[in-house]
Ligand binder design. Structure first.
Ligand SMILES: [Fe+2]
Length: 271
């Protein structure tokens, strides 16, 4: 999409409306407190991107809608960036990071997957399991996000780190088969920034709770919060079920559990 052909103010307004929908119950109830909602609404009002970045964000939303598959009735990848933006901002605030870092982390959450606009829709919106070649193509998206942000003149390093690093494990697995889960490949002494660690967990939680077209089930609510909790706990330490690498920063896990514990299920209980 040519950035000249669309209005970045409209893209921002659409983004803001989706943030509003998200914090007021769709597609799952995050059960935010009033002060959390005010915090997010104020943050989003001040959200600034260059027109070319808004174009990529909006392009992802439109591609999602065009490619609607498997009965999913919301723009999946776009909505995941919305959810990741919200959760990342809340955790960055709760962790008492500086305003600059909170802002950069929320921007990172809101743009982390724009690189998917550079990958074939046949892969991005595929139903079912990826072939090895498709997985490799898909794994280019975080590098593409960084490339696109740089091409559009994004100058905030925090936002770029989140795009580049949101699929990097904090301690990559040694097992060559497991290693493919952490991408792009980084040197052994690479240290993932805290904002990227936050976006990594927020992205995972949001996608598990909502479901994705390439997974068989798009169920959310019943059981999905428990699955998200199990995965976050399982991959935040080395133990028999996660033997040789650490995906999620264990110091950040409790900050996310606070929100997961609040999500009500269909029966009104908490998972
Ligand atoms: Fe991603």
């Amino acid at each position: 999409m040519d950035p000249k052909e669309f209005d970045s103010e409209n893209a921002k307004e659409t983004f803001r409306k989706h943030i509003d929908s998200y914090i007021y119950n769709y597609p799952f109830d995050l059960a935010l407190f009033p002060e959390d909602k005010i915090f997010i609404k104020d943050l989003v009002k001040s959200l600034y991107f260059k027109p070319g970045v808004w174009a990529k964000i909006e392009q992802l939303r439109r591609k999602d809608i065009e490619q609607k598959v498997n009965g999913v009735d919301y723009p999946v990848n776009y909505n995941n960036m919305i959810g990741t933006c919200v959760l990342s901002a809340l955790v960055a605030r709760d962790k008492r990071l500086s305003d600059k870092i909170i802002y950069g982390t929320s921007r990172g959450g809101g743009t982390h997957d724009i690189g998917k606009t550079g990958i074939s829709d046949l892969v991005v919106h595929k139903e079912g399991t990826y072939t090895p070649q498709e997985r490799l193509a898909m794994q280019m998206h975080s590098l593409l996000t960084l490339k696109m942000l740089e091409e559009e003149g994004e100058d905030d390093y925090i936002t770029k780190e989140c795009g580049y690093g949101h699929h990097i494990w904090i301690k990559p697995p040694k097992d060559p088969l497991a290693k493919i889960k952490s991408y792009p490949d980084v040197s052994e002494d690479f240290v993932l920034s805290v904002p990227a660690r936050i976006v990594c967990i927020a992205d995972t939680i949001d996608s598990i709770v909502k479901g994705r077209p390439h997974r068989k089930s798009n169920e959310y609510r019943v059981g999905s919060v428990s699955r998200a909790k199990s995965e976050i706990y399982r991959e935040s330490r080395i133990w028999e079920q996660n033997p040789d690498g650490i995906h999620f920063d264990p110091d950040l896990v409790p900050y996310f559990m606070k929100y997961l514990n609040r999500i009500p299920t269909d029966d009104g209980n908490h998972q």
